[in-house]
Design a binder for this molecule. Structure first.
Ligand SMILES: Nc1ncnc2c1ncn2[C@@H]1O[C@H](COP(=O)(O)OP(=O)(O)OP(=O)(O)O)[C@@H](O)[C@H]1O
Length: 307
């Protein structure tokens, strides 16, 4: 479990992280999302004790990470895949880490196999592609068989097969009861990977919830309802505050009200329902909407879009 409590980090005038509070639970993959510059890397570095918070706390398993005496056994992280001594081989890099963390040498071979780098174990890291470096960084994170794992933009540089592999790996790690936090600035990467989302913008919390709950916040969320008496249902729902418009074949498209509430109102008025189907907004749409005013960098609309 990772607990972040009122975490704040200022660099001079810049507030990178501002009063952030959230919990990352074991047994699921939690996506850590935000536009570029939102404060994801800074937060992860503070969780791992690499940056000192201006105020607030971040703990792993109830303790500051620095207080865990055998670091890699408690948490493993991939922060910056470029951060490896290029003159070393993959095996030598991992052996040095294993040694300094008091881990058995056999773990080196095990994690190299796990990430598919056993064939290049003796090659110098300087000749590795970005994707291979990402795999090596993931191997290092797994070395201590830790209950808590953090991955900062792990998909960068991976080819489609690598992306599929890494998703499967995260799901398996979570299935083993571990706490898995994965950052990205792209919702599309999280859509098929995460169970829960922590979304931040300009260092502040925007959402901490399941994917379904997050998607339901987008304005594209609606409920399609078919009723024996659509006109009466439309009146009832409108009076209760929903927005109702006509869909195909007498269906009603309802926004601003949950399917459960629509069902309750129909039941109370004895209106027979034939279909009650929630349609969530796309996650991407919800993400764009909720972070729109918190993005530091966004390309201006193309001339052709300005109609
Ligand atoms: N060492 C530093 N000194 C000054 N400002 C910093 C430092 N590190 C980060 N920042 C600033 O803090 C803010 C958050 O940066 P951070 O790298 O944590 O964001 P991020 O969400 O990880 O972004 P990205 O998706 O682009 O990696 C940015 O405005 C960044 O410029």
């Amino acid at each position: 479990m990772i607990e972040v409590n009122q975490l704040t980090k200022r660099y001079g005038e810049v507030t990178a992280v501002n009063g952030l509070t959230f919990t990352v639970r074991p047994g699921c993959v939690t996506g850590f999302l935000g536009p570029n510059g939102a404060g994801k890397s800074t937060t992860m570095r503070m969780i791992l004790g690499l940056n000192r918070p201006t105020s607030g706390t971040a703990t792993i398993g109830g303790r500051l990470f620095a207080r865990h005496r055998t670091g890699l056994r408690h948490a493993g992280a991939l922060l910056d895949a470029g951060d490896v001594h290029g003159g070393r081989s993959a095996a030598a890099h991992l052996s040095a880490l294993a040694h300094s963390n008091g881990l058995p040498r056999r773990r080196v071979g095990e994690v190299l196999r796990e990430v598919g780098l056993e064939g290049v174990a003796r090659r110098r890291v300087s000749g590795f592609s970005l994707g291979m470096r990402q795999r090596l960084g993931i191997a290092a994170a797994l070395l201590g068989d830790p209950p808590v794992l953090l991955f900062d933009e792990p998909v960068n540089g991976l080819d489609p097969e690598g992306v599929r592999w890494v998703r499967g790996l995260f799901r398996r790690l979570a299935g083993e009861g571990r706490t898995v936090l994965v950052s990205s600035h792209l919702m599309s990467e999280m859509e098929h990977t995460a169970d829960r989302l922590v979304v931040i913008g300009q260092g502040e919390l925007i959402a901490d919830e399941s994917l379904a709950e997050f998607a339901a916040r987008g304005t594209g969320a609606s409920v399609t309802v078919r009723a024996a008496d659509p006109a009466e249902l439309a009146t009832v729902l409108s009076q209760a505050g929903a927005r109702v418009r006509q869909g195909d074949d007498g269906a009603l498209i309802v926004t601003g009200m949950s399917a459960a509430r629509i069902g309750e109102l129909a039941f109370e008025r004895r209106i027979l329902l034939r279909e009650l189907a929630p349609r969530t907004a796309s996650l991407e749409q919800a993400f764009m909407e909720l972070t729109a005013d918190r993005a530091d960098y966004r390309a201006p609309a193309l001339a052709g879009d300005a109609r």
